[in-house]
Design a protein around this ligand. Structure first.
Ligand code: NAD
Length: 471
C-alpha cells in the first residue's frame, strides 16, 4: 500500500478540467519539488502541440509518445510533482511505472464543472459535449482504481501527499484509515483511553490485535515506559501500531514503532491541539533522557495521521492554550490565518520538503530557542505553549515585526515568567541549534517570509531573553 508521497513522485491524475496543472504547480512550490506538466513536457520534447500530435498520429499514436515520456519522467530519481494528462493512466505500462514510483492522487471534479472549464477549448477531446461526458463516465472507474488517495484543492493535495487525513468524525473511520489489511495494536494515553479508547477499538474492529496504555504526559517518554511497550508488543512486520493521544503518546509510540523489529508501520491519531497541528506530523519521534528532552529519537514518517477535530471537545482549556501558541506561530509563518486543517497542511508541506531537518524545516522553530531556555530554567514547570508564546515575542521583536507582535499579544497574551536569568541564559547557549559559537535564530521580518539560521550578537539575544523574565 502506498500511503504518502515521501520519497516518491506525487502524480496527479484526473479528468480534463480538474485543474491538475494549476494545483500541481502550486503544490510543487509548497513541497519544494520540480513540477512536470506531462502534456507540456510532451510538447517540449516533440516540438508539436498535443492537438497536432492527435491530428498527425491519432489518439493511439499520441498515447505511445505519452507512455514513453511518462516513463522517463517517473524514472527520474528526484521526487517531482507531475500532472498527468487525463488519459495517461489508460496505458498499462504507465500504470505499472506509476505504481512502482509514485503516489497517485486523483484530483476530483464533477463533469459539469469540468465541461464548464474546458468545453470548446483547444483541447482535442473537449469539442463535443456528449462525447466529453461519455469519456468522463468511462474514465472515472479507471482513475478510482489507480488512485492511492483523492483531493479537490491545493491544501487537500498537500495533506494527502503527507498521508494526513483531516475530517470531523474521522475516529469512527479508523479501521479503514489504517493503511493495509494487517493487524493493528492500539497504544493510548491512559486518560485518553478512558474517553476515546472504546471508540477507537470499535473503529479498528477485526483488525485490533492488542491494546496498550501509556502514562499521561511526559512520563510516556521515559525509557522504562517504552521498554515495557516493546516487551508487550506482538506485531510482526505486517502489523501497524496505532497511537491515540497527545504529543507525548505519539512521540513515544512513534519511537517504539521506529525501533521495534527495526521499524514497523505506525498511524498517529492526535487528540490534542498540539498533536493535531504539530507533534503528530512530520515523522519526528523521540523519548527523553534525564539529561534532557527528546535526546533519543528517530525520523519515522507515520503511514497516516488521522486528525479528528471533534476529539478536541474533551480537551481541557489549559491544553488547548498550548496548541494555540503553535497555531499562531504557524499562521505567522504561512502569512495568513490558519485553522487546524490549514496548519496541519502547512507543517506537512514543510516536512515533506525537508523530512530530515536539514534546511527549511528549521523555520518551525520560530520562537523555540527562547522557549526552550525558559522551560529549562523553570525546571519544565512552564508549559511549552506558554513558553512558545513568550519566545515568539522575543523572535518577533528581533525581527522588527510589529504587526506579528500585535497578533501574538492579542491572541496569546504572554506574561513574563519568574525564572532564574542566569539559568535561562546558559540553557539558551546550550541549545542544540547553537553552532559556530553563536545562537542561530529563526526570524520573521515579514509574515509568511521566515529566515532561519540567522546569527545575532549575544548581547541582543540576551537582552530580549531578559525582557521575558519577571522580577
Ligand atoms: N514530534 C514532534 O515533532 C513534536 C512537536 C511538538 C511537540 N512534541 C512533543 O509533544 C509533547 C507534548 O504534547 P501535548 O501537548 O499533546 O501533551 P500530552 O500528550 O501530554 O497531552 C496533554 C494532556 O492532555 C490529555 N489529553 C490528550 N488528549 C485529550 C483529549 N482529547 N481529551 C482530554 N484530555 C486529553 C493527556 O492525557 C495529557 O494529560 C512534548 O513531549 C513535546 O516534546 C513533539
Amino acid at each position: 500500500v502506498v500511503a504518502h508521497a515521501l520519497d516518491r513522485h506525487l502524480a496527479l491524475a484526473g479528468f480534463m478540467g480538474a485543474r491538475k496543472t494549476t494545483i500541481g504547480r502550486e503544490v510543487a512550490g509548497r513541497l519544494g519539488r520540480p513540477f512536470v506538466d506531462l502534456d507540456g513536457e510532451i510538447e517540449r520534447r516533440t516540438g508539436s502541440s498535443v492537438a497536432e500530435l492527435f491530428e498527425s498520429r491519432g489518439e493511439a499514436g499520441f498515447r505511445a509518445v505519452e507512455e514513453e515520456i511518462a516513463g522517463e519522467v517517473l524514472r527520474s530519481a528526484e521526487p517531482t510533482v507531475v500532472a498527468l494528462g487525463g488519459g495517461a493512466v489508460l496505458s498499462a505500462a504507465t500504470r505499472e511505472t506509476l505504481a512502482a514510483r509514485a503516489f497517485i492522487l486523483l484530483i476530483e471534479v464533477g463533469v459539469d464543472e469540468a465541461w464548464r472549464r474546458v468545453g470548446g477549448s483547444r483541447r482535442p477531446l473537449a469539442q463535443d459535449e456528449d462525447e466529453f461526458r461519455r469519456r468522463y463516465d468511462e474514465r472515472l472507474p479507471v482513475y478510482e482504481a489507480v488512485a492511492d488517495a483523492r483531493a479537490r484543492d491545493e491544501t487537500g493535495v498537500v495533506l494527502a501527499a503527507g498521508g494526513v487525513h483531516v475530517q470531523l468524525g474521522a475516529l469512527e473511520l479508523l479501521g479503514s484509515l489504517v493503511p493495509g489489511e494487517g493487524p493493528a495494536e492500539l497504544v493510548s494515553d491512559a486518560r485518553v483511553a478512558g474517553i476515546h479508547g472504546m471508540d477507537a477499538q470499535l473503529a479498528l474492529g477485526r483488525r485490533l490485535a492488542g491494546t496498550h496504555e501509556l502514562p499521561s504526559g511526559e512520563e510516556a517518554k521515559e525509557l522504562a515506559t517504552v521498554q515495557r511497550l516493546w516487551s508487550a508488543l506482538r506485531l510482526d512486520r505486517a502489523g501497524t501500531l496505532v497511537a491515540l493521544g497527545g504529543g507525548c503518546t505519539t512521540d513515544a509510540a512513534g519511537f517504539a514503532a521506529a525501533t521495534y523489529l527495526r521499524g514497523v508501520a505506525w498511524v498517529a491519531v492526535p487528540t490534542t491541539l498540539v498533536g493535531q497541528v504539530d507533534a503528530a506530523i512530520g515523522g519526528k519521534t523521540a523519548i527523553d533522557l534525564p539529561e534532557g528532552k527528546n535526546l533519543v529519537g528517530a525520523f519515522h514518517w507515520p503511514e497516516r495521521v488521522v486528525i479528528d477535530p471533534a476529539l478536541l471537545e474533551t480537551l481541557p482549556e489549559r491544553e488547548l492554550r498550548q496548541g494555540r501558541a503553535e497555531l499562531v506561530k504557524t499562521s505567522l509563518l504561512a502569512g495568513r490565518e490558519l485553522d487546524v486543517r490549514g496548519a496541519a497542511a502547512f507543517k506537512t508541506a514543510v516536512c515533506l520538503r525537508d523530512p530530515r531537518e536539514q534546511g527549511p524545516r528549521a523555520m518551525l522553530n520560530l520562537g523555540h530557542t527562547f522557549a526552550h531556555a525558559l522551560e529549562a530554567a523553570s525546571g519544565y514547570d512552564l508549559p511549552h505553549g506558554d513558553a512558545v508564546a513568550l519566545g515568539l515575542v522575543a523572535a518577533l521583536r528581533l525581527s522588527d515585526n510589529a504587526a506579528a507582535l500585535d497578533t501574538v499579544r492579542r491572541e496569546l497574551d504572554p506574561k513574563p515568567v519568574a525564572v532564574d536569568r542566569e539559568a535561562a541564559w546558559s540553557a539558551l547557549r546550550r541549545d542544540k541549534k547553537r553552532s559556530g559559537g553563536r545562537v542561530r535564530l529563526v526570524l520573521l521580518p515579514q509574515n509568511g517570509h521566515p529566515e532561519w539560521g540567522v546569527e545575532l550578537p549575544d548581547d541582543d539575544v540576551r537582552a530580549e531573553l531578559d525582557l521575558l523574565i519577571a522580577g
